[in-house]
Ligand binder design. Sequence first.
Ligand code: AOF
Ligand code: ZN
Length: 368
Amino acid sequence: MEMVVNDEFYMSLALDMAERAQGQTGINPVVGCVIVKNGALVGLGTHLQRGSGHAEVHAVGMAGKNAEGSSVYVTLEPCSHFGKTPPCCDLLVEAQVKRVIIACEDPNPQVAGTGIERLRQNGIEVKVGVLRDRAIRQNEKFVKYITTGTPYVTIKTASTLDGKIATDTGDSKWISNEEARRQVHSLRHRHQAIMVGIGTVQADDPALTTRHDEVDGLQPIRIVVDSKLSLSPEARIFSDCASPVIVLTTEQADPQKVKLLRDLGAAVLACGSGPSVDLGFALKELGRMEIGSILVEGGGTLNGSLLKERLADRIIMYLAPMIVGGKAAPVNFNFEGVHRIADAVTLDSLEIEQIGNNISVTGIPVWP
Ligand code: AOF
Ligand code: ZN
């Protein structure tokens, strides 16, 4: 099908470029920029890494003299502040561009509309909202982190149709099909950290690394929630040096054990004085450490606690067409349930995908 050449045509290219940089910009958003002059592409740019040039800088650099009188498509409002780099607004004004087309406003309180205002004050024609929904969805992790200082939390589960993540003997290989498992590695690639409970480490001794067939993946920081600090120093995550390890425990943890794990290179954070990790506190601490997104890969106890404490921003459930039963078989969300259906946690903005004989159900949790 022929694509119509209009504002959406160029904005979707900018969004596609930004999409490819998911997972590599840290707490920064992904941003793409496309510059068009007299009906021809003259500049392309993507923000690749926090601390390096913004999308507009690369695109304007490529356009050179052609930036003058051009139309600039950018997926996020150009910044107006001095961060690690100077304001993109000033750059666009200096380059004497004619129009700036923006997908969505920058939720960063330091920008929040002031970029748009400054462009207009300088006589540049500004249009806001082209493919806005896609742009917001693309930067949902950034939106959460920049407005709250706490990381965006995605809970991913892989279960049978009856919600089991293993049988009553602990067998779990494999519930999801190969393609669904491949998608999980892409999910890891797109988050700054992976979080699991101690039960998962003890049961599976997982590597928690990103593995793709053909290309390298990004290796997220590995976080283990371990209230009693029973993590074995022999666990695989301590020996492979693939990426840093953070252990979340409580003030009650044995100081000698804390030292042992620190000597192995792990960061150990005491989160609260209670018998179990204060997850709300932990997320704030992780936010302070500039972790802006976390993929939680269970098990059921950690998932259940996060759900109960309203700390999840998105849930992704992979479901395989199996029923295993078993009272002792672990489930994907283990918490003291609600007593009335009216009190159930529901999923909003549902997205459903069929992956061979598996399905994935994705949504935003809503608490009554
Ligand atoms: C843009 N274009 O490509 C990006 C923007 O510390 P800095 O200098 O990288 O600034 C980070 C902030 O700038 C970030 O929080 C967001 O508000 C904006 N990101 N803006 O015009 C870009 N990456
Ligand atoms: Zn900028």
